[in-house]
Each structure stands twice: as structure tokens, then as C-alpha cells.
Design a protein around this ligand. Sequence first.
Ligand code: ATP
Ligand code: MG
Length: 574
Amino acid sequence: MRFSQLLLPTLKEDPAEAEVVSHKLLLRGGFIRKLTAGVYSYLPLGLAAVRKVEQIVREEMNRAGAQEVLLPMVQPADLWRESGRWDKYGPELLRFKDRNERESCLGPTHEEVITDLVRMNIHSYRGLPLNLYQIQTKFRDEIRPRFGLMRGREFIMKDGYSFDSDEAGADATYAKMYEAYQRIFTRCGLAFRAVEADTGTIGGSFSHEFMVLAATGEDVVVICQHCDYAANLEKATAQAEAAAAGDNPLPLNKVATPGQKTVSEVCEFLQIPAESLVKTMIYLADGQPVAVLLRGDHEVQPVKLQNLLGALEVVLAEDDSIGRLTGAPAGYLGPVGLEVPLVMDAAVAGMANFVTGANEADHHLVNVNPGRDFAPDHQGDIRMVNEDDLCPRCGGKLALTRGIEVGHIFKLGTSYSQALNATFLDQQGQSRPFVMGCYGIGVSRTVAAAIEQSHDRDGIIFPLPIAPFQVILLNLTPKDAEISAEAERLYRELRQQGIEVLLDDRDERPGSKFKDADLIGIPIRLMVGKRFKNEGLLEIRTRADGQTREATPAAALAVIREMVANALEPAAPA
Ligand code: ATP
Ligand code: MG
């Protein structure tokens, strides 16, 4: 491709609307343009990067035995009613009526459609296992579309769905997909981790998210610094603290704590560490109040709380409603005598002789003990892991880091096949529901995540496997016939050798060519200028480290071939 003919409208300034670096650089580099909130046009460079990711995804899905299909984007409401999701999905599902008043929606995901396809066409165990995927535009009417390709309303996803005859088969398929995802993101040239993810309340299921590690990520990822344990914050657990159960329960005692409400105030007033205090927080679980008991220095993880209670939603109660909900004053709540169901965090179960509120203004209780002084209605791990915690597997130090979710694999079990009555006959002639899995990759988000992970103040630094071009060839003196002839010759030769090259043939100053090349992040820059005329030498510069070397044309081509081959080689053998 020639720069002079390419639709590549680069911008000098950062667009005001863009908050994160990938969004800024995708706009400035002329990769995308916004049509309306969360909806973007892909220009040639943007599409080229997307196609690179798609191709890697396609190759690895095919290698793992999955088959590509393309499902409709418009889906009938009736199918969503059958699965029960028409009412549950909420406003992210864009619903509309066609001219015959039939209710429809734009597909945000395709479990219903694929399950329908398979139930209509597979009737026997002989057709299993079956693993189908597509790469397609999805629509989700996100409440806050933002960050460009990171969270669009319209975006490109690879979604795959597997059908097995039993749990063991489904587990084996899941393992294959896990492998395929490892290969995909490795081949894309990304630093990532597969992390254990929350599965809500679907029984027998498990799930991993694939997170590109980047400081700007929306998700917090907990990783062990010693073993390969990694989980997202909604799921991460910590090694249990040694129980203090051996401590003798001391007599319960009420003390005056006038005006001392917060954990730090009370701890300072009583001269105790936060680890010796249990705080009581009121949550509304599907509208019903519950009192959550946590060690003073711990925080609630709402998704864990939600799962423990089997609730659809938990929210922290407003301060001014606490008196009405509990009959006790905010700031002085405690479990002893409280007329609200008690939910005790697992860490509190191991504590003894702790301080709590007394359910009476300006007073706390000391030497409170579970069992003797109160009985929890629910007990389990509901707290957020923090930097001080130890790995639940190996006891090593945990670290919290940020990530961008680019992929998600999920063992669904039979939840959809049962709801949609999708069954097959097993070897004994028994009718059984398919055991399913689903596997998503945010294709357009992966391009953005790569940029979040890899850029500098001059622009994008694309990993070569997903760069729109592998090489940018700069003709630094287009007015010079000899130099231009050499640039044209190199351009031809590179393409003949299968190298993807963009020739900057514009009549521009070298400085502005360098700037654009850096901005759009092409990994290898090959330059033809006066040095060639005087000494027969070209310059090769690598975008990632800025290293420049000189070489004759023949040597330069050999170096480039090798760089490209090395970058494309998958890390793991086939
Ligand atoms: P998120 O928590 O970020 O909203 P999700 O759990 O809704 O993601 P899935 O339904 O698992 O996502 O979709 C599969 C993949 O599609 C995600 O891993 C993500 O990479 C991508 N994706 C989801 N929503 C968007 C979006 N609004 N814009 C771009 N990519 C998205
Ligand atoms: Mg979402």
C-alpha cells in the first residue's frame, strides 16, 4: 500500500473526547472514527489490525477442532422468552419491532440462537462433540460506552459454543479452548494472564477470563507472585488466617465510646488495632436488609456476598435508613442482639474477644465472641482480597494488578439446553440435554488492549503479529530519482517476499514521516535517503526499542525477513 493513496487521516492533537490512550491513538492515527456514541467506523488501518486478530483467532479455533459459522444478528424475542432472558437481560438488549409488529432484538450474544440451531439439527450422541464459533458484530446498549474500542455499543466479537454429551466431554472441550486461548493471545504478542472468574450461581460450572495486563485496565486481577494462581477480584480468595479459637473467651463488657463511629476513631480511642475490631455494615439483598460482619481492616466483595446469599443484587444501605432498618444507630451497630439476619465473613469466624458496636449510641462492646454472643445466619468468604494477603494455594505473596478482559471462557453445563429443551439420544437411547460451554473474545477490544499495553509518547507500538503493516518504508527524498527508484524496488521486493509493507511516498519532510510512522506504530521502519545515494546504505529502525542499524539493501531485506519470521512464530509448538 502507498501512503499517498491510503485513507489515513492522522491528527496532530489529542482529541478532547478521548480519555484513555488507546482511544486517543486510534483516533489520532486514523484507525477509527466515531459515528455515534459507542459506534465506530473502521478505516483501513483499523480494519487491518482487526483482521490480524481475527485471523489468529480463526486459525487457533480451527486447529482446536471448532467450525466457523455465521449467525443472524437480528433475533426473535420468542427465542429469548424460551430461555427466560427476554425479561432478565435488561436495557443492554436493544429491542425493536419489525413491520409485522414482531418483537426482535440485536444479538448481544448468541446462546439462544446456537442452541436452537443445534437442537434442530443434532439428535444423537453421534453428532457430538460439536464446537461452533463465529466472528461477528455484536450490539449491546452499554450504559456507559467509553474508551473507544474498549467498551463500544457495537463491537466485534468471536463467540464460540460447544456441545458435549456429558460432563467429562464438556470438561475436555473446555481444556482445549483454554489451550487455544493461550495460543491466541501469545500469538498476538500480548502479556496476559488467564484468571479464575466468578460464575454466579450456575452449578457445576467454571470460568476463566483472559486479561491483558495494563495499568489502565478496568478490572483488578489478583496474582500470586510464586505459583500460577490468578483470579479476578470477584473470585479471588486468600489463605485463611490462623484461627484465634484457642483464646479464652473473656467476659463481655460494654464501654463508652462517645462520638467515636468510624473504625479508625474507635480503634484509636480504645487503643486497639483494626484487626481486633469487627465492623457491621447493612446491605440490602434484593431489598431485604442483612448485617454483614467484617474484620475492621477488610472490605466487602459484593459479588461474593451476592453469591453467598443467592441474591440477584446487593447494595449498601444508605446511612440515613440504617436506624429505620435495624432499630440501632449508624456507627454503633454490632451483631449482639441485632434484629437483622447476620452474614459473617469467614475471617471473623476465626477471631475471638473482638470489639463491635453495642447497638446503642456512644457505646461499643469488647470481648465479643461468635457462638457465645451471637449466631450468624450465613457464613462464608465475602471479603475482598488485598495486598497483604497470602495465596490460597501456596501461601506465597499475592499482588493486585490491573487488566483488560479480552476473552472469557465459561462452562455453562445444561442451563441453556434445559431451558430450551435441547436434547439428544445417548448410547442407551436416553434423552439428555447437551452439556454446553461458551467462549468469547473481544476482537476489537483486543486491538485497543494491545495499544494500552504497548505505546509511548510518540504513539502506538504494535506487536508485529497484529500490526496493520509489518514494515513502513520511508522514501526520505521523493524528489530524488535515484532514491525513489530504490524505494520502489524495495517496495516490490518486500511484497514479493510476502512482507506487508506500507510505502511512505508522500512529498513530505522526513520529520513528519518519522512522526506519522511512530504514531501508527508499524514495528519495522526501513529508510531510503541520502545515505543510500552516498554510501549505498539503508537504515532500519525498530519501533519498540528505537534501535537503528545501517545495512546494504540485500542485508536489510535479510534482517527484516528474520525479524518478521521470529515475531510470527508461535511460542508453543503446534
Ligand atoms: P465486560 O465485563 O467487560 O462488560 P462481559 O463479561 O460483558 O465483559 P462477555 O459477555 O463475556 O463480556 O463477552 C465476551 C468478550 O467480549 C469480553 O471478554 C470482552 O473482551 C468483549 N466485550 C464485551 N463487551 C464489550 C464491549 N462493550 N465492547 C467491546 N468488547 C466487549
Ligand atoms: Mg458486559
